[in-house]
Design a protein around this ligand. Structure first.
Ligand code: PLP
Length: 385
């Protein structure tokens, strides 16, 4: 299906709401019925039709249709955060006694979920070098039920061969999940490569305006209905209709924003790769990335995230560089309109990260500002270092 049609029109039934061009926010917890017979009938389909907003809400439903179409899946669910979506997807697949194989260095709270939290329910996890084709096969045991991928991850951008791993998983009857946040549905569609479940932090590119936290799961109708009857309804970490409406609004420009962010990131990464004070640039589409061929095979283009390692052994230099930036705001997260810098030396004291990355590494997110302004900003901050 054509992307601009999905973003602008799919799922919108304007005649149902007075021809309003923007879908209304159905800010209601309840829906009422004219007869017992109607109520009884609706209750049998409470996950597919308006009955109670934890199960079904018309504003959220429009968003679900667009997200499923963007990822090429049969259905989608929207959650209160990306982490809620990751947890619901993983917990829907595994039970006590099961084993998970996960690519190294997933998102921090995904790492906590798989390495610590699920252990208390008897689920174990092995982390493998995702860049090595046979590392997954070697780690699979008789009780492996899930392979979890994040390609690329959001700090050093290691890539996994999605089609090859999906193939292996199908042979062994193992379910696959991938976190596709870095790419957004614009740059990579893993369902078409054989992956069973795609998750997103909708907080990032999908919303794109840094004002909503949200998560997404895309999969088959069967899987989504199972998840609704289990994690979605019992844990109940749903998105509000107001936030769903903001995501719908943000997604009108998804393709424009993702393309702009990627084009500028390429220009910025070229500038940084040629600067004497930069030791290394991590970017999936950079010419020096040993996984460039694989990146080109499965991704349309790079995203707006890149990481740099400064050519210094002094933390004061890193701080001076970051403190001197004028356009890059110092913050976590990414995917919004504003460019960001996230210095790893800010993490050093944090207990939640067990393998701190080099102190002189900084993750940059390239937002929607003009490329020349961003490059000028980096240049003046590097000069001060
Ligand atoms: C931010 C992020 C998450 C978590 O999403 P939240 O919306 O913050 O809960 C998961 N995966 C990746 C890759 C992320 O960047």
């Amino acid at each position: 299906m054509e992307i601009s049609y999905i973003l602008n029109h799919l799922g919108e039934e304007r005649e149902e709401y007075y021809g309003a061009v923007v879908p209304p926010v159905f800010r209601t917890s309840n829906f009422c019925f004219k007869s017992v017979a109607e109520m009884r009938e609706k209750l049998t389909r409470e996950l597919e039709t308006p009955f109670y907003t934890r199960g079904f809400n018309p504003t959220v439903s429009i968003l679900r249709k667009k997200l499923a179409a963007l990822e090429g899946s049969e259905d989608a669910l929207v959650f209160a955060s990306g982490s809620a979506a990751v947890a619901a997807a993983v917990m829907n697949v595994v039970k006590a006694g099961d084993h998970v194989v996960c690519a190294n260095k997933p998102y921090s709270w995904t790492n906590t979920l798989l390495s610590k939290y699920l252990a208390k329910y008897g689920v174990s996890c092995t982390f493998v070098n995702g860049g090595e084709a046979d590392s997954f096969e070697k780690a699979i045991t008789d009780n492996t039920k899930l392979i979890y991928l994040e390609s690329p991850n959001s700090l050093t951008f290691e890539i996994q061969d999605i089609a090859a791993i999906a193939n292996l998983a199908k042979l062994k009857k193992i379910t696959t999940i991938i976190d596709n946040s870095y790419n957004s549905p614009i740059n990579q569609n893993p369902i078409g490569m054989g992956i069973d479940i795609v998750v997103h932090s909708g907080t990032k590119y999908l919303n794109g305006h840094s004002d909503v936290v949200c998560g997404v799961v895309c999969s088959t109708k069967e899987r989504i209905m199972k998840m609704m009857g289990e994690e979605y309804m019992t844990i109940g970490s749903i998105i509000s209709p107001d936030d769903a409406s903001l995501i719908l609004r943000g997604m009108r420009t998804l393709e424009l924003r993702v393309n702009r962010s990627a084009e500028t990131a390429v220009k910025v990464s070229r500038f940084l790769e040629n600067h004497a004070k930069i030791k290394h640039v991590y970017y999936p589409f950079s010419a020096n990335n040993p996984q460039l061929e694989l990146a080109k095979k499965q991704m349309k283009q790079g995203g707006g995230l890149l990481s740099i390692v400064l050519n210094t052994d002094k933390v004061e230099d890193v701080e001076r560089f970051c403190d001197s930036l004028k356009y890059f705001l110092m913050a976590t997260s990414w995917g919004g309109y504003e460019s960001l810098a996230f210095p790893m030396c800010a993490l050093a004291a944090s207990k939640s990260f067990e393998n701190p990355l080099p102190f002189n590494m900084i993750r940059l997110y390239i937002g929607l500002e003009d490329a020349d302004i961003l490059i000028e900003d980096l240049k003046q901050a590097l000069d001060k270092m």
